[in-house]
Design a binder for this molecule. Structure first.
Ligand code: GLA
Length: 389
């Protein structure tokens, strides 16, 4: 792979002297959705697919970008004097955002780069291709400028800062954290209220993780995402008129039920209910996994989808079809939407010898109902962002 990318770099930019190669994975969240900006728990893992980034320092402050995924876009040029978000800058807004964030946080970035990118995460699939580009850039900048004091957690926070303040998506910390801190064969049980975390081996006992990509692009998703976040914040404010809590993640289901009437609007009440219950489900799911009860883990995944469908309303017919068809299949331990929703992917745990039949059945039903096909990926859990040299 590295060799192929080097050849491409040479073709696009001329010489490969001083080029370094970095990789950042995509991520899949097993359970704990829309809890990370509510002070709750999440349980994501990094994948072995992701983004390769090759970079070479320049003598001037120019930035030249080329993505092998968008060859028609050609060479995209910018400079360190022009670190502002622009629609026409497309995917380059992600590396530029991280360069901007480094500077905002007081870490110098004082020369330009030639950058080549290649990603094997399906774009807009909800497997965090954008956070993957952010972390590949972060690791590259740390390495190139010797900012060795920055930890991987610092880099994840810088990535989130760029996403929030440069790209205008009010995301939580889950994606960047999982991509920075990923570990082969382990998921990360992260408490987003204080960033304490624990690795937990995903022992799937003769089953594997299958991702089904709906091929429905997120589109309006980003504005809907910010809307959900605002609804939760408003619900929290209403609860705070009586309760001394800092986030919805601090509530048990019982505490929520006893106080939910403080939330005036029934829609907002459902949003908050999801945040509270999903957080508790995540804690329970990790407990079940640690006790070797994979069936219970799967049931909680299914319940998570139902809550995202009925209370949080971020699924849509595409993701519902994928999950609901999966639940009908033999050998499916659990299935749910993963990521922000509004399109993107589902994640399922499927017994290894039933995977072919699963893909066939869900794929056929999906095409019949939705009119176009879904794509399926049997994935492995990999390590976090790193330099490959
Ligand atoms: C997106 C965001 C994350 C998280 C999920 C939903 O992936 O980037 O921070 O909120 O949606 O769980």
């Amino acid at each position: 792979m590295k060799e192929k990318l080097m050849k491409e770099f040479e073709k696009i930019f001329g010489s490969t002297d001083g080029v370094r190669t970095y990789f950042a994975p995509g991520r899949v969240n097993m359970i704990g959705e829309h809890t990370d900006y509510n002070g709750g728990h999440v349980f994501p893992c990094a994948l072995t697919i992701g983004t390769y980034l090759l970079a070479k320092k320049r003598e001037d402050t120019k930035l030249r970008f080329y993505s092998m995924n968008f060859p028609d876009a050609g060479l995209m040029e910018s400079s360190l004097e022009d670190l502002v978000w622009k629609k026409q800058a497309g995917w380059t807004n992600y590396p530029k955002g991280v360069m901007w964030a480094f500077r905002e946080k007081g870490y110098q970035v004082d020369c330009g780069f030639d950058i080549l990118l290649f990603g094997n995460i399906p774009n807009g699939s909800g497997l965090s291709s954008s956070a993957s580009v952010e972390l590949a850039t972060g690791v590259m900048l740390r390495d190139m400028f010797g900012h060795q004091g920055l930890t991987m957690i610092d880099l994840s926070l810088i990535g989130q800062f760029a996403e929030n303040n440069f790209n205008g998506v009010n995301c939580g910390i889950m994606d960047q954290f999982a991509i920075a801190m990923g570990k082969k064969d382990e998921a990360i049980f992260l408490d987003t209220s204080d960033l304490s975390y624990q690795y937990a081996p995903l022992k799937l006992q003769g089953a594997r993780i299958v991702i089904a990509c709906s091929n429905k692009k997120r589109g309006l998703g980003d504005s809907k995402y910010n809307e959900r976040r605002a609804e939760c914040e408003e619900a929290l404010r209403e609860l705070q008129t009586k309760l001394s809590i800092n986030s919805l993640g601090e509530l048990t289901e019982e505490e929520f039920e006893a106080n939910k009437d403080l939330i005036a609007d029934p829609v907002r009440r459902r949003r908050a209910k999801h945040a509270v219950y999903e957080n508790q489900r995540t804690v329970e799911a990790v407990k079940a996994l640690q006790q070797g009860d994979i069936a219970a883990f799967g049931q909680l995944m299914n319940a998570s989808h139902v809550s995202l469908r009925d209370d949080y309303e971020v699924t849509g017919i595409e993701l519902d079809t994928l999950a609901e068809e999966a639940w009908k299949c033999e050998g499916v331990i659990g299935s749910r939407m993963t990521g922000a929703g509004f399109g993107g992917c589902t994640v399922s745990i499927v017994e290894t010898d039933k995977i072919d039949a699963f893909i066939d059945r869900v794929g056929t039903a999906y095409k019949e109902k939705i009119g176009y096909g879904a794509d399926f990926y049997v994935v492995d859990i990999g390590d976090g962002a790193r330099c490959l040299d």
